[in-house]
Write a protein that binds this ligand. Structure first.
Ligand code: ADP
Ligand code: MG
Length: 224
């Protein structure tokens, strides 16, 4: 993982918005009208991180056809899963509500995952590189729980990177909430075998979860 591609807790006050953080593709800000929600804005190409040819093609399409953009993709992915699994998803995923036009541009409106004090829950990335609050053991156990849920329901969510999760305290443990579900629909494979075959899907989820646990242990300096 390359820390500088994912500056967490961006303090910049963009056009009066209270920014929570930015990912490779989008900026996440608090909803000025409702503290329980956040707004995700797709970044212009000049502000995005560099990616490979396939993702460049996807971005090129998104500029011309909003359907291919991250926000529409994530809303479709979330709705599809919510329709299949019902309210169980709310424990694991941040709910996505709708696309809204704001003075700052079009945004995806989602539940903002909050700590008890009302501030947005920091990302797993934050707890690996900025603030050490949880041990690798606790965070890896939270990955285990999330992985088991994906496998139990055969959910093809493969983009298990630390920026796509926020962390909530859970007793003396931690709980992960995924705040970026677009990978359910926007895979990188040309032939998505792992979405068609349950056993391939399971193995791919296990590989990605294992890689995330390795990154957690590497970042927090514990034996792999
Ligand atoms: N629903 C949410 N609640 C709290 N924080 C969020 C939420 N959605 C996004 N974030 C913050 O914004 C960051 C980037 O969001 P993400 O959706 O992964 O953007 P990208 O599409 O660029 O990958 C996350 O790492 C997290 O810190
Ligand atoms: Mg993301």
């Amino acid at each position: 993982m390359v820390p500088q591609t994912h500056p967490d807790n961006d303090a910049e006050d963009r056009q009066g918005l209270q920014i929570i953080s930015r990912g490779a593709n989008r900026l996440c800000a608090r909803d000025p009208g409702d503290p329980s929600h956040c707004l995700k804005f797709e970044l212009p190409s000049s502000e995005r991180t560099r990616v490979g040819a396939r993702q460049r093609m996807r971005r090129w399409l998104a500029v011309r056809f909003p359907r291919f953009g991250e926000n529409e993709t994530e809303l479709r992915a979330y709705r599809k899963l919510r329709a299949r699994l019902g309210p169980d998803t709310d424990v694991y995923l941040a709910a996505c509500h709708d696309l809204v036009d704001t003075p700052h541009g079009r945004a995806l409106r989602c539940d903002c995952i909050l700590l008890d004090d009302g501030t947005p829950a920091p990302s797993l990335y934050h707890y690996l590189f900025t603030e050490s609050r949880y041990s690798a053991e606790v965070l890896c156990a939270a990955v285990d729980v999330f992985e088991a849920w994906l496998i139990r329901h055969q959910i093809p969510l493969f983009d298990l990177n630390a920026g796509n999760f926020v962390v909530l305290p859970h007793g003396d443990q931690a709980r992960l909430v995924c705040i970026d579900t677009k990978s359910i629909l926007s895979g990188k494979e040309i032939l998505p075998f792992s979405r068609w075959s349950p056993s391939l899907m399971r193995r791919k989820i296990e590989r990605r979860a294992q890689r995330l646990r390795q990154r957690i242990r590497a970042a927090l300096g514990e034996a792999q």
